[in-house]
Design a protein around this ligand. Structure first.
Ligand code: ADP
Ligand code: MG
Length: 712
């Protein structure tokens, strides 16, 4: 049987009664399988003799004789507590029993005990208040041992002489109970089938499943524990990668009926008229209307996309390109190809603001070509929504732009051919299915300006191919970044005033919407009033933040786009995707409050046209008392320094990773999506790569598909 097939209820385990069942259920443990997967949080090595004199190295594990006992007054609790004086091999120490008067009965003067505990010097004594004892059986002489001697053969005890698991607990559970349940469960189900093929276990030096599981809970040695952990981590990653590999294979073996013949990839990359991969008429017409040429990066991605959309199996591609590299245009060109092939395209953005903007861009550029565009979001009035849904299912819309609402249950497509997801790096492998199910094997294009570390990409986007646009449109001048103290902000205001007078526009971004008495953070609302009243009285200032209703947001953005509004005061709602090329100043106040990814995205809102643009990162002066929460932290400083030194999103992402350390990057949520138990793709990178290689080899073996796992 496989571990995941042990779905029998917990009361089939000897010793687990109705009370225990309830207590375990509270921790989410409801089946035998879940119990066995309740892994220890850590282990206590009580397998070797470690006398008191070695207390600095590790917790002691020794045999002591009780010398004396003493009550003392605990001034903190106002009660009497017990001190017990003990000795082993000439070292003496004190056990302090806070609030455990029953210890007086347990610890008998003159008797011998096994002792495990962490000790430290306090008030001139070697003390421990965190320890465990167990009496030696009456009449047993105390063993005489050397440091490090293995205890296993010497004692028959549950809690000494071995490596003990320490479990995460919750109310009603004790270590003793969980250990007992676990031992019983392991005894009742001693043989488990392996999920990993035998030849891989051998090749990767892993343990059989049953052995690994037992060793993880009750390791015979630290070396075996390590091997057991490795085995279970590998197995988990292997199962995940197997799923990814199967998906990748399925995609490559599913032949589309309408695929064009002659699928030799064009080696020199140049599209030849009439060949698969070359521009279709609609695309060509859009290109002719544009006031600029595609960048080489855009050209290259489009070549790939064109070929794949004509190809025999569905595209699944992640397009990474720094902010401002022109991903939107790429997505519209892809949509046109879908339309030409008489299919529908759904373009999803993470926020309503961005979805609206895309909707407007699409309408402006594509409707003149006869493309029928629609919009869907959760905030749409019922009537408009019903209308759009009807047209979508009847095939009267070619392109629909929107938020997650695009994939709600009641949305039906006549022939969904292409799904585009913008700026949605939090969209995992397993979440994509719902979307893809709306069509028959539609093409998928995901776009992100947030570079994802390779290891994470392997796990989350494991079955996607990846393209990168490395260049920006020509004529772009790198944004000039200045770091300024809050006390110097009037200089910034003066500078921005000049830019405004020259016809440009500016963003001011704040960490909060409304001022909050407890914090010294500046808030967008009050600053909007101040900027409009005192600082820029001759210019129109507008405010936008997440709590405004969608209609107001839309009108404000529209007014900013047309230039009617010159200064847009905002929270980080403008962080993602907003595109107003005439804006040349980005002022971020209390910039130390923002994360690197957000700062990079915010700065990316300017420098989108040909004018020289500026980004001002204003940081708070530390208050004299030094207690204010606005004091610049070291981390905050380090982030601003990175922003000053680089404008390259990939470099910034890497610095972010270094500063925050694995486990904190924009990716923990993603790892969470995968519901991994013991594995951590950021930590277990070596095992991840091995599992991936093995899973792809296993999946692809025998088929006539070349072994070409994505990214390899
Ligand atoms: P992002 O990659 O951040 O989504 P956008 O697609 O919003 O970038 O494009 C940024 C700006 O650059 C837009 O105003 C767009 O019209 C413009 N743009 C896109 N491609 C080109 C190009 N090849 N030449 C000049 N400008 C371009
Ligand atoms: Mg974009």
């Amino acid at each position: 049987m496989l571990l995941r097939e042990l779905t029998m209820p917990l009361d089939t385990i000897k010793g687990i009664g109705p009370v225990a069942v309830k207590v375990l259920a509270k921790r989410g443990i409801d089946r035998v399988q879940a119990l066995l997967c309740h892994y220890p949080r850590t282990w206590e090595d009580r397998s070797c003799y470690r006398p008191l004199k070695d207390f600095r190295l590790a917790p002691v594990c020794t045999v002591v004789r009780i010398l004396a006992r003493d009550w003392f007054f605990n001034s903190r609790t106002g009660k009497q507590d017990l001190k017990v004086y003990v000795e082993d091999q000439g070292s003496r120490a004190v056990l302090v029993c806070y609030n455990q008067p029953f210890m007086e009965r347990l610890l008998v003067v003159g008797a011998y005990y096994w002792l495990w505990g962490t000790f430290q010097y306090k008030f001139g004594e070697l003390q421990s208040s965190s320890f465990e004892v167990e009496a030696l059986p009456a009449g047993t002489p105390p063993p005489s041992l050397d440091t490090g001697a293995p205890l296993g053969k010497l004692i028959l005890s549950r809690n000494f002489g071995r490596i003990l698991p320490v479990y995460p607990l919750s109310e009603g559970l004790t270590q003793g109970k969980v250990r007992r349940f676990m031992e019983q469960a392991l005894d009742q189900y001693p043989s488990l089938e392996d999920e990993v093929p035998a030849h891989l276990l051998k090749q990767r030096h892993l343990l059989p499943k049953a052995q690994a599981l037992r060793a993880l809970h009750f390791p015979p040695s630290l070396a075996v524990l390590e091997q057991a952990r490795k085995t279970l981590i590998y197995e988990e990653l292997f199962s995940l990668e197997l799923l990814i590999a199967q998906r990748a294979l399925a995609r490559r073996t599913l032949v589309r009926e309408d695929a064009l013949p002659n699928q030799e990839p064009l080696q020199d990359g140049s599209p030849i008229a009439g060949d698969p991969g070359s521009w279709v008429p609609l695309q060509r017409r859009l290109l002719e209307c544009l006031p600029f040429r595609l960048t080489p990066g855009q050209e290259a991605v489009m070549r790939t996309i064109n070929q794949e959309m004509d190809g025999p199996y569905p595209m699944a591609r992640l397009l990474q390109g720094d902010v401002g590299s022109g991903k939107t245009l790429v997505s519209l060109l892809a949509a046109l190809r879908g339309v030409e092939r008489s299919g529908q395209t759904a373009l999803m953005a993470p926020t309503e603001l961005l979805a609206r903007q895309h909707g407007e861009t699409a309408a402006r550029l594509l409707e003149p070509l006869g493309v029928r565009c629609g919009f869907l979001s959760g905030n749409l009035k019922a009537q408009g929504r019903t209308q759009t849904l009807k047209r979508l299912s009847a095939g009267e819309l070619d392109l629909v732009v929107g938020t997650h609402a695009l994939f709600s249950k009641d949305v039906q497509y006549k022939s969904l051919r292409l799904v585009i997801i913008d700026e949605q790096h939090r969209f995992g492998v397993l979440q994509r299915q719902a979307i893809m199910d709306k069509g028959e094997q539609p093409d998928l294009l995901m776009m992100s300006a947030t570079p994802i570390p390779r290891t994470l990409a392997l796990t989350i986007f494991g079955d996607l191919d990846i393209s990168v646009i490395r260049d920006l449109p020509p004529g772009r001048k790198p944004v000039i970044t200045h770091l300024t103290r809050e006390s110097n902000e009037t200089k910034v205001y003066d500078f921005v005033r000049k830019e405004l007078s020259a016809g440009r526009q500016a963003y001011f971004v704040y960490p909060l919407i409304e001022a909050d008495d407890r914090s010294s953070l500046k808030a967008a609302q009050s600053m909007a009033a101040r900027l409009s009243g005192e600082v820029f009285p001759q210019h129109t200032v507008a405010l936008i933040h997440g709590k405004l209703d969608e209609d107001t947001k839309r009108r404000t953005m529209e007014a900013f786009r047309t230039g009617e509004v010159r200064v847009l005061v905002a929270t980080s709602v403008v962080e993602v995707g907003v595109d107003v090329p005439n804006a040349s100043c980005m002022v971020i106040e209390q910039a130390e409050r923002f994360g690197l990814a957000a700062l990079h995205q915010l700065r990316g809102r300017v420098g989108r046209g040909e004018v020289q643009s500026y980004c001002f990162l204003i940081y708070s002066d530390a208050t004299p008392s030094g207690t204010s929460d606005s004091a610049l932290t070291d981390q905050g400083k380090a982030r601003l320094k990175v922003m000053l030194e680089s404008t390259d999103g990939f470099v910034i992402a890497e610095e972010d990773l270094k500063l925050r350390g694995p486990g904190h990057i924009t990716g923990t949520e993603q790892a969470g999506f995968l519901a991994l138990g013991i594995a951590d793709p950021l930590r277990d990178t070596v095992l991840l790569e091995q599992a991936r290689t093995d899973a792809f080899a296993t999946t692809y073996r025998g088929g006539d598909v070349a072994l070409d796992g994505p990214h390899d």
